[in-house]
Write a protein that binds this ligand. Structure first.
Ligand code: PHE
Length: 513
């Protein structure tokens, strides 16, 4: 019958078989360079297959202390003193002189002296008044203690239980002379059973430890033979540095969700736009300062853009010059088609919503519409921590009959509420293309402040009439920068962070918002 063991247990079993006999558990753990607890758990596995076991043993270890070790090298004090007498051929000497000659500390000298006396190697007499020492013996064989000490030359540690009664009395003496250390502990001795010793290694199979059960293991049934590795679920997983959606895109998608949930449809327009849609169709006079080079990026290639059909262009021209059908007096200047044909990078996405008006004009079955755009715009701005030359605008329009300012305020409240801003406030504003116009501010709980978000209003007749949108049909519009919201959402103080890509911060961002 096969015995299935963990790899570590097999290694330990092989090691025990090589070593044969009894092995002290702590020594084996040291040998194998494994933790004592790990070793004992492996031994428990051996026990469960009756391959091995351990027994516990009280151990009383005896070893020489520091002083004992010096005597082991240079002899006990009595032997040292004797050597002096023999070397110098002294048959007798006064204690005073002997102390000096020995160069020993007094206490040690007296210990040596008393042992010399005990060994009956010397005698002491005060007969002459002075304390004198006489060598009395002729031979000085190694004493029992000296012989015993020699054992420590071979073995550093002796086991109390292995000592004879005679040896134990010597230990007693050494103990009294304070030359030894005694340590007491319980140790485990590992052994192999007969079965463990004789077992054919081919009968052992390694237990597979796996961290995952594969479909193959399930179909073959081999999952029964494996052990599942335990997981430490408290350990943090590895940091994944996989690509993820940029926070700005996450926010754009969230805004898209808000618009879609409110029944809006997304529209997109060209980045390279005509001045016509960017300015003229929005009733911005051709000498308007916003149209200047220092605000707007004009393009050399393509230099000229295509305008819509002649009639629409004429309607816009007339509106600028005399108000056209809008009922306005117009700006009263000579409108230049060539200026309207200039190409530029759109400065706002209102260019895209007004394009929608032109499209709407062509529709035969005109129904109310709600469209939005979240897209890139460009302005000739000096870049700093709150300005970018290239940024994103959020824009929405509603075309419907009789819609009014209350509808617009309702829409804005709903829109910003869905973005997480519970309170909004509107104030009169000005845009060349809306009347009335409103600035929208939202209350930001975190800062306890009102923050200006963007502009809004109802497109002027000068904007809508050239595209056939006439009373009672009106167009509600609003627009704002996206990065302003992003700075609040992601708590960034510098607007440029969204485009210089601070990698550390990006790595901290979640994969999905
Ligand atoms: N186009 C304006 C801007 O760029 C915002 C706006 C859009 C204002 C629509 C009124 C109506 O700030």
């Amino acid at each position: 019958m096969k015995i299935i063991l963990r790899k570590q247990v097999i290694d330990i079993l092989k090691n025990l078989r090589e070593k044969q006999g009894l092995i002290i558990a702590s020594d084996l753990a040291n040998d194998l360079n494994i933790d004592y607890v790990v070793l004992m758990s492996a031994i428990n596995d051996l026990i469960s297959y009756d391959l091995g076991g351990f027994k516990e043993e009280e151990i009383n270890h005896i070893s020489l202390n520091k002083e004992g070790m010096t005597y082991l090298k240079s002899g006990l004090p009595e032997r040292q003193l004797l050597e002096i007498m023999i070397h110098q051929d002294l048959k007798e000497i006064s204690i005073e002189k002997f102390i000096k000659l020995s160069k020993m500390e007094k206490p040690l000298f007296y210990i040596g002296l008393s042992n010399l006396k005990q060994n009956k190697w010397i005698a002491q007499s005060k007969a002459s008044g002075e304390s004198m020492i006489f060598l009395t013996a002729e031979e000085f064989p190694k004493t029992e203690i000296e012989q015993f000490l020699n054992i420590f030359n071979k073995k550093k540690v002796l086991n109390y239980s292995e000592l004879s009664p005679d040896e134990l009395t010597i230990i007693d003496v050494l103990n009294k002379r304070k030359l030894i250390n005694k340590t007491q502990k319980t140790q485990r001795i590992i052994f192999l059973t007969e079965k463990g010793k004789k077992l054919d290694l081919d009968d052992i199979e390694e237990l597979l430890q796996v961290s995952k059960i594969s479909s193959e293991m399930l179909s073959t049934g081999s999952w029964k033979d494996v052990e599942l590795k335990a997981f430490d679920v408290t350990k943090p997983g590895p940091l994944l540095k996989a690509g993820k959606i940029h926070p700005i895109i996450n926010l754009i998608n969230e805004i898209r969700e808000v618009f879609l949930s409110m029944g809006f449809t997304e529209i997109r327009g060209p980045i390279v736009e005509s001045a016509f849609f960017n300015f003229d169709a929005l009733y911005q006079p051709q000498d308007h300062p916003a149209r200047e080079l220092h605000d707007t990026f004009y393009l050399d290639n393509p230099k000229i853009s295509k305008l819509p059909d002649k009639e629409r262009v004429l309607a816009v021209k007339n509106t600028h010059e005399n108000g056209g059908e809008s009922g306005s007096t117009g700006w009263r200047y000579k409108w230049d088609e060539n200026i309207a044909k200039k190409t530029l990078l759109r400065t706002h996405t209102t260019a895209t919503t007004v394009r929608k008006l032109a499209q709407y004009y062509l529709e035969i079955d005109k129904k109310p519409i709600k469209v939005f755009s979240v897209d890139r715009v460009f302005r000739n701005e000096k870049v700093d921590k709150s300005h970018l030359a290239e940024f994103t605008q959020i824009e929405g329009i509603v075309i419907d009959d009789n819609v009014n300012l209350c509808d617009l305020i309702g829409l804005l409240s709903e829109f910003y509420r869905k973005l997480g801003f519970k309170k909004i406030i509107t104030r009169p504003g000005f845009f060349p293309y809306t009347e009335p116009s409103m600035e929208v501010s939202v209350y930001y709980d975190k800062l306890g402040e009102w923050l200006e978000m963007g502009g809004s209003g109802i497109f002027r007749p000068e904007v809508t009439y050239p595209f056939g949108i006439k009373e009672p049909t009106r167009v509600l519009a609003w627009g704002q920068g996206l990065e302003r919201i992003a700075m609040l959402y992601y708590d960034r103080k510098d607007i440029r962070d969204f485009y210089i890509n601070p990698i550390k911060w990006l790595r901290q961002q979640s994969y999905h918002k």
